[in-house]
Write a protein that binds this ligand. Structure first.
Ligand code: ARG
Length: 588
């Protein structure tokens, strides 16, 4: 489907084109009409003509028959446009008939690699990993829904010099004991203890260094111990993913170690292309346009002076693998903003080397920090970084008490949560708690920092996960009361063009029809907050409708019409929340 505003925009473009090819109609929402096109003003200026005259000429050529029933010239040359109710109603019926709510599949599906989550073996997952995991999951869901071939890549940190020390520590602790510590999520303790031995003990340091060499050379026993570390950590990551409800599976893990055998090739290829420059003993590439504070060219270090390969070499190998083996035409990296320069330099070097052809785009989808109430990086009271898993457990607990106390407020304590056939409190609390954490993250512009605030994210009012879930559940309850039902993943059973006589019905209809554009806008900049903002405004528009227009009225035609608007709202909310990775319970 194409949205009403996109339809009007296309026809305006055609009319403006006749006067000047490619002229922008400058279409905006308006409080005077549904839309206002202001493009005649800048166009008239360019042509040295009168703006009203230009606008009148556009109107002569503008064909909006059946789409707008009022098209007026106003002021110095504005064009005010009002949709015909009959057109809106037909579009809404078409949306209702479609299980996908009018969202088409991409005309040219792409193979899109999404690199996200990427925690490090034997290291705790923290709130930074929350952001990449949740944002990446949302983008994967939307791109997949739009019909692309999405390849999730979990680039876990499972290789490098720290593994010498980690393996030696594993040997000291004993395999069984170490495996236990790691699988129950005592990753920080394990890592820190290894570090402490490394710092305090000369012999341990030497053992660690020898162990790195053994690991690099493929010594079987060393590999076995390394595998143990990786497997136990992955088992723990899986617990967190399961709790979070994200799509990542073990099949998506393509860690740094995977690229290790390809690194010599990366270096020799760069050398053959004449791109490698020795700089302070290291082999580097200097991509154009990157300089340090002093204005000197900045190197991307591919091989260190001791012969070891760095993080950059691995990312270069990953780009080659993703383009050549996977056949990706788009690479997305959901990685924190501090790694922006590293990624941009990798992209630039890959382009220089011809590994990233022009028809393949590479995008860093960066994000800001999660802050504590003091405005600094979120920390525990004792000053440690917050364990992601603890945060999620706390969210579920807090959601359970928020739901309980809210139930008491509403019914003077008489409300019971889990009646027969109703979901248990624990399952709703999980959906609400995890949903609240995800929504708080996804509803802020990803490039900005945000303050982690339990009370705000768990509130049932305002732009929050619980508010949207509640709006959805409330519509489900209207249907239950009316002894009606709908299936949120299927075409509507009542796809009649709804009546839009009341301003609130009409406003709700227009809001619903924006969905298709909102998904495009969201994915154009990889900004989940655009979808969140839309869902929130849809929910408030519905509340306004519900206050003014009774749904379960006796008049059968009006009842069906309002049920359809309600059903569509619930389906859009469920779909939208689902694309954010948030569940929408039918009762709360
Ligand atoms: N493991 C890294 C970290 O925790 C993130 C890796 C991001 N992905 C990449 N291809 N560099 O910071």
């Amino acid at each position: 489907m194409i949205s009403p505003s996109a339809e009007v925009a296309a026809r305006l473009h055609a009319a403006f084109d006749v006067i000047e090819a490619g002229a922008d109609p400058v279409l905006k929402p308006s409080d005077r009409a549904d839309l206002q096109a202001n493009g005649a003003l800048p166009l008239a200026k360019r042509l040295g003509r009168d703006a009203r005259e230009v606008a009148a000429e556009v109107l002569e050529r503008l064909d909006l028959a059946g789409i707008c029933d009022q098209v007026e010239l106003s002021g110095p040359g504005f064009i005010n446009l009002t949709f015909a109710d009959s057109y809106l109603a037909e579009q809404l019926a078409a949306m209702a008939r479609d299980a996908r709510l009018g969202i088409g599949r991409a005309e040219h599906p792409e193979t899109i690699v999404v690199d996200y989550s990427a925690p490090n073996v034997a290291k705790e997952m923290h709130v930074g990993h929350l952001r990449t995991t949740v944002i990446g999951d949302c983008l994967v869901r939307i791109l997949d829904f739009l019909g692309h071939d999405v390849r999730r890549q979990n680039h876990i940190g499972d290789w490098g010099t720290p593994f010498g020390m980690l393996i030696e520590h594993l040997i000291d602790v004993g395999e069984k004991e170490a495996a236990h510590e790691l699988s129950v999520g005592d990753l920080n303790r394990f890592y820190q203890a290894a570090r402490a031995s490394f710092e305090a003990n000369e012999d341990f340091r030497n053992r660690s260094r020898r162990r790195v060499v053994l690991l690099q050379s493929g010594d079987p026993e060393t590999r076995r111990l390394w595998r143990l570390l990786v497997d136990e950590s992955v088992r723990y990551f899986d617990v967190v993913y399961e709790k979070l409800g994200v799509l990542l599976t073990d099949d998506d893990i393509v860690g740094e170690s995977f690229y290790n055998p390809m690194l010599p090739d990366v270096v020799s290829d760069l050398a053959a292309k004449g791109l490698l420059i020795e700089h302070e003993g290291a082999k580097c590439v200097f991509p154009a346009g990157f300089t340090n504070r002093k204005g000197e060219p900045l190197p991307l270090i591919v091989q260190k002076s001791d012969g070891g390969y760095g993080y950059a070499a691995t990312d270069l190998a990953a780009i080659r693998d993703r383009v050549n083996r996977i056949g990706a035409t788009r690479l997305l990296y959901v990685v924190g903003t501090p790694q922006s320069q590293h990624l941009q330099m990798c992209f630039a070097v890959a382009r220089m080397a011809g590994w990233l052809p022009d028809n393949v785009s590479a995008v860093h989808v960066g994000f800001g920090n999660v802050l504590g109430p003091d405005g600094r990086m979120l920390k525990t009271r004792s000053g440690e970084s917050v364990k992601l898993v603890d945060l999620l457990d706390e969210a579920i607990q807090r959601a359970a008490s928020a739901i309980l106390s809210r139930g008491e407020e509403e019914s003077g304590g008489a409300r019971h949560i889990a009646g027969e056939g109703e979901p248990a409190l624990s399952s709703v609390a999980r959906m609400v708690g995890i949903g609240a954490v995800k929504y708080a993250d996804l509803s802020t512009d990803r490039t900005r920092d945000y303050v982690f605030d339990w009370d705000r994210m768990l509130a049932f009012e305002g732009n929050t996960g619980p508010y949207l879930q509640y709006a959805h559940a409330r519509i489900c309850s209207i249907f239950r009361r009316g002894k009606e039902s709908f299936d949120r993943g299927a075409p509507s059973a009542i796809p009649i063009p709804p009546k839009l006589g009341h301003p609130q019905e009409r406003a709700l209809g227009i809001a619903l029809l924006r969905l298709v554009d909102v998904l495009d806008e969201t994915i154009a900049t990889y900004s989940p907050h655009k979808l969140s903002t839309y869902l929130y405004s849809l929910a408030t528009t519905f509340t306004d409708f519900y206050e003014h227009c009774r749904v379960l009225v006796d008049d059968e035609v009006l009842r069906r019409s309002r049920l359809l608007l309600s059903e569509l709202t619930a389906r859009v909310l469920a779909l939208g929340l689902g694309l954010l990775g948030i569940e929408a319970p039918e009762r709360m």
